[in-house]
Design a protein around this ligand. Structure first.
Ligand SMILES: Cc1cc2nc3c(=O)[nH]c(=O)nc-3n(C[C@H](O)[C@H](O)[C@H](O)COP(=O)(O)OP(=O)(O)OC[C@H]3O[C@@H](n4cnc5c(N)ncnc54)[C@H](O)[C@@H]3O)c2cc1C
Length: 548
């Protein structure tokens, strides 16, 4: 059965996975037990296990779609049941030996959980200074230090741990370890209290202190000193998958806002009759489609342009998280007080709003993404943009066939070509509204090229000037526009105009659309959103029907 059918009608009071049940679990700060049971019965973890190891994972877009469906209902379930094990799994499938991979696959296929213990409050995104250490001891290793704010740390069956294994400076000072929690000496791991959070309240965020915790030599994941490289490669997948997942909560939030606007009576009509409300809903719908198109291209690029993921993944994670959070903020203004209440027909909105907030900082912050982009921009500007061959049509063919994902083709090094953005150069800049957008984004790319080519060495590090960070920001917007133009391809429609208008708004300057054109586009998007909500169809690119 498809995951949507399994989750059932969210408004059915008899459904153990209804919005009411999800909200009640959130109030208790618990994972939705019925949800975990249902996903166990469905063997959901198989989505994270490669097909060669008995699972169903060989396409990034498939795992993203399955996770998106769960996040659409309950992000706590999505992270606490799913995404956290997926993140751990990606490190194991990237670097584990046969025995480690088989073992991890078996554990997941038996409904187990694997936590990814990377984070330490003292170091945050700064992995290079992570203090948790592993030192050789006899044939094995002794682990010492703290891990904090880690999903499922206490209840996971196994952990992927990121640990310093050399005091030398440089990128080879850390390694990864895969350990089973049942085998850890209890006296050397002290779990602290669960960390409470404003969102994701059902997720168990743990912290623990390891003190000379002995683990066997076979716990080393990949080669000694490869910890950072493994993470950089594995996280190209997870950081490309997350933007696609984040469309799920936004879909539900927009649906709630449309329902509310249609139902709420005031001034002798409904809120949906108010032009400003219509425009806000239309803009959020365009934002959702922009995120979906950009993330769909990033997911396909994992298979088709793996050498470009060093730029595509951080760009997607950076921009989409901001768009999603901004859209939530806009929708909040439509729902008014109902966006604030923790109960009632729209109580889900505030939960989703709180749950989605970590998108901008967890699993790499937006600033850290910019810092990953900056050193790559000057070279791409000088040698790639406007010169490289455009990406093949297949990169934009959402739902089209894909070769199985080959993790060996993902590299931790700098990206040398940028064919997605190069596709922009091939678009026709004529006098049609789409053509005018093409001209605007091509102009933005030319300007970016000149400015990025001139970046000073000090501007491609963390100490870069704000102006350099702004270039990285503009780059992601132009890349997203290239992705959207590619996804709509030869069939541009009014929705694409809405998407490009929203992206253009992030570049600033004079808008491309005339006021009357924008009003027409927004009316179209508003009508389409209402139609889809009434038909129980998704608001994403698939427009698929869902139970309700
Ligand atoms: C719900 C939730 C679940 C989580 N689950 C896990 C998990 O399972 N495993 C795990 O390991 N961690 C997990 N985390 C932790 C999460 O990954 C961290 O929050 C994240 O790594 C960011 O660290 P930080 O928030 O401490 O930010 P910091 O890195 O301390 O950032 C502080 C500030 O510095 C800026 N900054 C950081 N790096 C740079 C840079 N390179 N250049 C410029 N500016 C920078 C940031 O933008 C920010 O403004 C989870 C967090 C949450 C909220």
């Amino acid at each position: 059965m498809a995951i949507d059918e399994l989750l059932g009608d969210p408004r059915d009071a008899g459904n153990p996975l209804s919005f009411d049940a999800v909200l009640a679990a959130d109030e208790r700060q618990e994972m939705l037990a019925d949800g975990e049971r249902l996903l166990d019965d469905h063997g959901f973890n198989a989505e994270f296990v490669p097909t060669r190891l008995g699972g169903r994972f060989d396409r990034a877009d498939r795992v993203a779609a399955e996770l998106r469906a769960v996040w659409r209902r309950d992000p706590c379930l999505g992270l606490g049941y799913g995404f956290s094990s997926f993140i751990s799994g990606m490190n194991i499938w990237t670097a584990g030996d046969d025995e480690q991979q088989r073992h991890a696959a078996k554990l997941l296929l038996n409904n187990g959980k694997i936590a990814a213990a990377f984070h330490e409050l003292d170091h945050g995104n700064d992995f290079a200074h992570a203090g948790f250490a592993a030192r050789p001891d006899g044939g094995g290793w002794l682990l010492s230090g703290r891990k904090e704010v880690v999903t499922n740390l206490r209840r996971a069956d196994a952990l992927v741990l990121f640990a310093r294994t050399s005091s030398a400076a440089g990128s080879r000072g850390h390694s990864q370890f895969l350990v089973e929690t049942a085998g850890l000496p209890v006296e050397s791991v002290r779990h602290g209290s669960r960390l409470r959070s404003s969102g994701m309240r059902g997720v168990q965020l743990g912290q623990a202190e390891f003190a000379d915790c002995a683990v066997p030599s076979c716990a080393l994941l990949g080669e000694l000193g490869q910890g950072m490289e493994i993470a950089l490669r594995a996280y190209q997948v997870t950081r490309a998958v997350f933007p696609a997942i984040s469309v799920g909560p936004l879909d539900t939030a927009l649906r709630l806002a449309v329902e509310f606007a249609l139902e709420r009576r005031l001034y002798g009509g409904t809120a949906a009759d108010i032009p400003y409300v219509q425009a806000t809903l239309a803009r959020s719908f365009a934002d959702l489609l922009a995120v979906d198109a950009f993330s769909a291209v990033a997911l396909r690029a994992l298979h088709l342009l793996p050498a470009e993921m060093g730029i595509c993944a951080p760009a997607a994670k950076y921009l989409t998280s901001r768009i999603v959070l901004d859209a939530f903020e806009d929708l909040r203004s439509v729902l008014g007080a109902q966006a604030y209440l923790r109960e009632g027909r729209y109580g889900m909105f505030q939960k989703l709003h709180r749950d989605i907030a970590p998108a901008t900082f967890a699993h790499v912050s937006r600033t850290a993404c910019q810092v990953m982009l900056l050193p790559q921009l000057p070279r791409l500007a000088r040698r790639s943009w406007l010169d490289d061959a455009a990406a093949d049509e297949a990169v934009f063919a959402v739902d089209g066939p894909l070769p199985p994902l080959n993790l060996d083709r993902l590299t931790a090094g700098m990206t040398r070509t940028d064919s997605v953005i190069a596709s922009l150069a091939e678009r026709t800049a004529d006098a049609t509204p789409i053509g005018r957008f093409v001209a605007k984004f091509q102009g933005a790319l030319r300007l970016l090229r000149a400015e990025c080519a001139d970046l000073r060495p000090s501007d491609i590090t963390m100490d870069a000037r704000p102006a350099a960070f702004a270039l990285a920001d503009r780059y992601t917007v132009v890349l997203a526009a290239a992705a959207a133009l590619g996804v709509w391809g030869e069939r541009p429609d009014t929705a694409l105009l809405g998407v490009l208008d929203r992206l253009d708004g992030r570049l600033g300057g004079a808008g491309v659309l005339l006021p009357a054109e924008r009003a027409h586009v927004q009316r179209h998007l508003f009508d389409e959103a209402v139609r889809r909500v009434r038909d129980n169809r998704l608001l994403d690119l698939s427009a698929r029907r869902i139970p309700g």
